[in-house]
Design a protein around this ligand. Sequence first.
Ligand code: ADP
Ligand code: ASP
Ligand code: MG
Length: 405
Amino acid sequence: MKRPLVIKFGGTSVGGSAEMVRAANVVAETAQNGPVAVVVSAMAGTTDALLGYADATAGSRTTVGETREETVAELHRTLAERHLRAAREAVSEEHFPEVEERIFSLLERLVEVVEEPSADPSARRDGIAVYGERLSAAILAGAIRSLDIPAAVVSGDPIATNGDFGEAEVLGEETRRRAGEYAWPLLEADSVAVVPGYVGRAPDGSVTTLGRGGSDFSATVLGRALGSSEVWIMSDVEGVLDADPRVVPGATLMPQLSYREATLFATLGAKILHPKTMEPASEAGIEVFVRNSFDPASPGTRISDRGYGEGLRCVALRRDLAIEIPCTQGREQRVASVVCIGMPEDGDLARGTRCLKEAGILPLHAGVSSAGLVFFASNEAGEEALRTLHAALIPAVGTAAEEVA
Ligand code: ADP
Ligand code: ASP
Ligand code: MG
């Protein structure tokens, strides 16, 4: 068999019925060329809702002024409504009944998990949180089948982890075995294997999660276990941009990134990828493509082992960092960091500092680190500092980065 391609769809890429159909079309088209495993996130907002309900029902009384029964009924109603609506519109009449039945059986099980007494609150939270992915996987598999492409949700969770609930560590060897047991048989039978992202299984069988945003990591973990050479991360942006587009309107696409650059960028604040995504990819030499699920033919960003670009490449913002600043007599202060990732040239640090001051921002610290240049500013000034440093220090498209690549 050809090496399976892993395609991951994020929450907005399966956020409604139209998006589900679009995602199913991408899979159907790609599946013509070889085996495909799909990793899917929860429909946007579902994980937050599930965790909210998990917390609201954690004690014997709810925290939202309703009885426990009312809260659980509301959870069931909200999730049923949203997922059934998406399924009704994205799945053909022929395949709808099986998807509907699956949605109801998942919701029934979810209510049981919410109501079961649990000694460990974090285990309970994980057990509840994963239902978003389980529900969206059922709908997406139905939507793919509706296009006459065989597709099924894996019957067991392929990713093995330790028991650190909330953000479990992946166990590579055991994941390979589980992927062989649950995903391979589908692929060998020429079916698309649909895998709920974010979910893991501890050695004692408990359900775990890989941490918020962890479906990206699921995708490369699965890719490594299946011997994939490519993983596609489909999101609602063109690819990895050189700054957060919600804060910096002029952010531009980075056509290529090294694993190291991508890891630094994600770790230092870029929300587009889970920080651990590159670990399995770099270990197994898997190329990761970040693409727009609304424009799948566009090239997006390619992440591989090649080092790309000289100079400073991209800027990342983190807020609410607790640091001790000497001028405040060691008192802790909440600040924002902006890291300009890449190799600074002489004069970049001074230019960045000057531009911040000209923009009326007081840099609390400015220095060089192994990642590039690091600036601290007040939390409130963080976004403006990001825009200022992006404009001052990141070369526009068509310069340094592409020439080297
Ligand atoms: P998904 O559900 O597809 O995983 P996320 O919301 O986790 O989507 O990540 C995608 C979002 O990340 C984009 O909509 C974008 O606003 C944001 N983002 C932040 N930084 C960047 C960046 N450097 N490049 C691209 N997108 C970014
Ligand atoms: N649904 C999970 C979350 O919201 C995982 C993911 O989307 O990657 O964190
Ligand atoms: Mg994400």
